[in-house]
Design a protein around this ligand. Structure first.
Ligand code: SAM
Ligand code: SF4
Length: 329
């Protein structure tokens, strides 16, 4: 066992988000610039062996929860094999996946067999025209089928992530609650965040307080306890609803003080804050024969750069330079 990952501000890090690809089969306006992004070459992507090795070292430093993301992670060939290896890594208790759901019907069974238990599915509207306005390509039925496949496969928890944008889909918040009321899923309403070329502006942000107000106009809800101490959503329960609802308020009610997350990009970048730059890249070390101790030291140096928090939305504009599709959320 190695010493835990505790940063300069005393925060212990137990959660690693791993992006497995920068490719995507959708092109969501809030995530991918219209012109696309310069894609990494196949050579630059960490191999499954490299991910597994670096994860082993992270796990020895106390990482116990992993989420795979992207781009669209289901586009990475052989993903169930990686999930299987991660699930068997000593110290890793939870493995999750965040997907746009397009390929989920095909993959639900192999993912389950590989040991995946929980899944987050992104869906921002229930309307095909609006779906296309956001994703630029793709069919909403595939996502809805994917959600049903996740339910049929008994994944738990299943979370539906909706990015709320003013005058675009804020009128669907209550529709989402009704549509999913009796399904075993948890709804997560996410504040729209600013990334390069993603159409963000202050007017399009619906703050968490306003989301709560919209929900309160139709439903009565109360704070619910969270089973996952490291989750960023504030959970609420609506009477009679099977799952919970939650709001991810990265912009207006930051949760930096209790942040326990680190990120590993598809090309080996280590990021300690979603809104910050990459703090280093571990790929060359992995390829140049570095020892586990050298990799551990490098990761700790990255962690030393983690800020206490990101700039507050209320203090003025800020924009993250890299597009979200290359970070993984
Ligand atoms: N392709 C997968 C998906 O869409 O679920 C995984 C990657 S995606 C980058 C991860 C999450 O980030 C999704 O839930 C997506 O809605 C969210 N996201 C992307 N851009 C965002 C933004 N500008 N503001 C808030 N959430 C965003
Ligand atoms: Fe792709 Fe997910 Fe980004 Fe949409 S949010 S473009 S599905 S990575």
């Amino acid at each position: 066992m190695r010493a835990p990952l505790i940063d300069r501000f005393g925060r212990r890090h137990t959660y690693l988000r791993i992006s497995v690809t920068d490719r995507c089969n959708l092109r969501c306006t809030y995530c991918m610039p219209e012109e696309g992004i310069a894609l990494a070459s196949h050579f630059d992507l960490l191999t499954f062996e490299e991910i597994s090795r670096v994860l082993q070292i992270f796990a020895e430093m106390g990482i116990n929860k992993v989420r795979l993301t992207g781009g669209e992670p289901l586009l990475r060939k052989g993903l169930p094999n990686l999930i299987s290896s991660i699930s068997q890594t000593s110290g890793i208790d939870k493995v999750g996946l965040t997907t746009n759901g397009i390929l989920l019907t095909d993959y639900a069974e192999p993912l389950r067999n590989a040991g995946l238990k929980s899944v987050n599915i992104s869906l921002d509207t229930l309307n095909q025209d609006r779906f296309l306005q956001i994703t630029r390509v793709g069919r909403i039925e595939k996502v809805l089928e994917g959600i049903e496949a996740a339910i049929a496969g008994a994944f738990s928890p299943i979370k539906i992530n909706m990015v709320v944008m003013k005058d675009f889909n804020d009128d669907e918040i209550s529709d989402f609650i009704e549509y999913f009321f009796e399904k075993p899923v948890h709804l997560r309403f996410i504040e729209f965040m600013p990334f390069r070329s993603n159409g963000w502006n202050r007017q399009k942000l619906i703050p968490a307080a306003a989301i709560r107000q919209i929900i309160g106009e139709r439903f009565s809800f109360m704070p619910a306890g969270s089973e996952e101490p490291d989750q960023v959503a504030r959970p609420y329960q609506i009477e009679g609803m099977k799952g919970s609802i939650g709001i991810i308020s990265s912009m207006t009610e930051e949760f930096c003080e209790s942040c326990s997350r680190l990120r590993l990009s598809a090309t080996g970048g280590v990021k300690t804050c979603l809104f910050g730059p990459e703090d280093g890249n571990v790929r060359n070390l992995l390829r140049d024969g570095a020892t586990d101790v050298e990799i551990e030291t490098f990761i700790r140096q990255c962690l030393d750069r983690k800020p206490s928090g990101h700039q507050s939305f209320n203090e003025g504009e800020f924009l993250v330079e890299s597009p979200m599709v290359a970070i993984g959320g």
